[in-house]
Design a binder for this molecule. Structure first.
Ligand code: SF4
Length: 162
């Protein structure tokens, strides 16, 4: 397994930070900690062929790990409820030091493959650019135009496919 240089890790960190901020999310401001997570993501990408969540174990199959490829399916729910993702790579702008430094419960089901994927999620619409997303709560910031999440509205239209 190859080791990544400090420069490579820093470069990936800067790219991820720019991409994250552009889409309205935030990385953990503890740079040393975040660089460590970025290094683990690079290592996992090298080992498995995809950036598996550094805080979880791989099943050995990409298909079974789809929900824990970073950013995982559980990030936004954890950001809304706990102010951070499971690994604390992503944080909410309102996260308290206690939230960032403590631990949070694992949201991933024990047998994700056996859990029904058919869940009903509310739809949210950005009133500025029309961006639509299906999730429990609107995002903090629209990833397309940057409008704040409190401007999102519930979208109740039915889309008919023929
Ligand atoms: S918990 Fe955080 S670091 Fe881990 S996959 Fe989810 S978003 Fe990425």
């Amino acid at each position: 397994m190859r080791e990544f240089t400090t420069e490579e890790i820093r470069q990936s960190y800067e790219l991820l930070k720019a991409k994250t901020e552009k889409s309205g999310y935030l990385l953990n401001p503890d740079e040393e900690f975040t660089l460590g997570i970025v290094e683990s993501l690079l290592t996992n990408n090298e080992r498995y062929g995809y950036p598996l969540c550094p805080c979880r174990l791989s099943s050995g199959s990409r298909e079974a790990d789809l929900d824990i490829i970073c950013p995982c399916d559980y990030r936004d729910l954890d950001l809304a409820e706990y102010g951070r993702c499971y690994c604390a790579l992503y944080v909410s702008k309102d996260a308290t030091p206690e939230q960032l430094n403590g631990s949070i419960p694992e949201r991933r089901p024990k047998n994700p493959a056996q859990e029904s994927k058919a869940v009903t999620m509310p739809m949210w619409r950005c009133p500025v650019c029309g961006y639509l997303c299906a999730r429990q709560n609107p995002p903090e910031v629209c990833p397309i135009c940057g409008a704040s999440g409190d401007r999102f509205e519930r979208f109740n239209s039915v889309i008919k496919l023929e």
